[in-house]
Design a protein around this ligand. Structure first.
Ligand code: FAD
Ligand code: PHB
Length: 393
């Protein structure tokens, strides 16, 4: 089997890359270890930056998002029992965010690829990469119980944080930067009406809590938990009691509750692999970098990477020029480190750290008060949250 771009992973990075390449006449094959149903049902991100929304719309996969997604013009920071709104349009020259679940984006992309005759192989895990430093790199994969090989011009490693692509870069040809946070997030989906029109980020002595939404009848909530916490530790009533305690306000705000139909613990960590390239292998999305979810940047970074990669691959296909491709890693890493800093900053400001250091607590409160009261500080949060413009080489 042969193709121009062999894409490992049908997450947002892999599927969007395949779609962008197709629009410019570059062919690709996507290999995905899981079934289509599993990919389309995995609950993950919900916040799309303005640039992500504009891009999905301009490349023809934004119709359902425009109909079913919800535009949010701000977020609330809640601390000391009071809410403080950060208004995005007035602080960013009219920009906003969209709430539309990641698995809905994936459904739209899969549909668009399959309708255009695209080649997505589900239940076809890549098991190894060969000859990455030659001009004929190969991906070994399994399908229907048989070992197969995909020969390509270029391999795009879009296989997320536990894939095979990053480890295929020799250890002495990459640097990995890591940060582990001493807490996790407990996430739930509940059938309940909306408690708040906008996302609420709460700092409380008991720990962080987040109110988000998926639809008028389905709500997404998270709260800081132990890093090794387990779903079994949290019966429904304990979850609601903890959320009520952390989200309580002095003006009697109430949390709308209802049946919980999904629970999970999310690890909070940062990883960057540098460079994001080795020979003919280009990493994109979570395969190259992970951010803690507090900044809502993971999916958006994956989109930003593949925009740069698609442009560079199309240029190489059209003119043979490789300067954009050669600059791929440097171009992406500027945005990646900005997002890492923003995500670390939001995480540090909003969580309780073990040790219960009273000095640290006062610093966090001071930072929150500053962001809530200074238009300059609020503008910095807003600019990063709605997303900085895409990097250009
Ligand atoms: P993935 O989505 O992980 O896709 C990788 C794909 O590769 C998977 O389908 C996997 O099955 C496949 N794969 C793995 N190994 C192989 C193999 N060997 N062969 C073939 N296929 C393979 N980000 C935001 O921007 N905003 C948010 O609000 C937000 N909230 C989040 C909430 C949660 C609970 C979580 C967990 C994450 C959140 N994120 C958020 C992060 C976001 O979901 C990820 O950054 C995003 O999924 C990255 O996309 P990706 O395509 O790089 O990787
Ligand atoms: C979500 O809606 O899933 C969500 C919102 C904001 C975040 C992370 C996740 O920071």
């Amino acid at each position: 089997m042969r193709t121009q771009v062999g894409i490992v992973g049908a997450g947002p990075a892999g599927l969007l890359l395949s779609h962008l390449l197709h629009l410019e006449g570059v062919e690709s094959v996507v290999l995905e270890s899981r079934s289509r149903e599993a990919v389309e049902q995995t609950i993950r991100a919900g916040v799309l930056e303005q640039g992500t929304v504009d891009l999905l719309t301009s490349v023809g996969v934004g119709d359902r998002m425009q109909r079913e997604g919800a535009v949010h013009h701000g977020i609330e920071l809640r601390f000391d029992g009071r809410g403080h709104r950060i208004d995005f349009p007035s602080l960013t020259g009219g920009r906003a965010i969209m709430l539309y679940a990641q698995h809905e984006v994936l459904k739209d992309l899969i549909k668009a690829r399959l309708e255009a005759g695209g080649d997505i192989r589900f239940e076809a895990p890549a098991v190894g990469l060969d000859d990455l430093d030659s001009d004929r790199p190969r991906v070994r994969f399994q399908q229907d119980g048989r070992d197969q090989e995909l020969e390509c011009d270029v391999v795009a490693g879009c296989d997320g944080s536990w894939g095979v692509c990053l480890p295929a870069i020799p250890a002495d040809r990459r640097t990995e930067y890591h940060r582990e946070y001493p807490f996790g997030w407990f996430g739930i989906l509940a059938e309940a009406p909306q408690s708040s029109k906008e996302i609420v980020y709460t700092y409380h002595e008991r720990g962080f809590a987040l109110v988000s939404t998926r639809s008028p009848t389905v709500q997404r909530l998270y709260f800081q938990c132990e890093p090794d916490d387990e779903v079994g530790n949290w019966p429904d009533e304990r979850i609601w009691a903890e959320l009520r305690a952390r989200l309580e306000t002095r003006d009697g705000w109430t949390l709308a509750e209802g049946p919980i139909f999904q629970k999970g613990v999310i690890t909070m960590r940062s990883v960057v692999c540098q460079p994001m390239q080795y020979g003919r292998l280009f990493l994109a999305g979570d395969a190259a970098h992970i951010v803690p979810a507090t900044g809502a940047k993971g999916l958006n970074l994956a989109v930003a990477d593949v925009v740069v990669l698609a442009r560079a691959l199309v240029e190489r296909d059209r003119s043979g020029r490789t300067d954009l491709l050669d600059a791929y890693s440097d171009t992406c890493l500027r945005r990646v480190w900005r997002a890492q800093h923003f995500s670390w900053w939001m995480t540090s400001m909003l969580h309780r750290f073990p040790g219960d250091d009273p000095f640290q607590h006062q610093l966090q409160l001071s930072q929150l008060r500053y962001v809530a009261s200074s238009p300059a500080a609020a503008a910095s949060l807003a600019e990063n949250y709605v997303g900085l413009p895409l990097e250009r080489p």
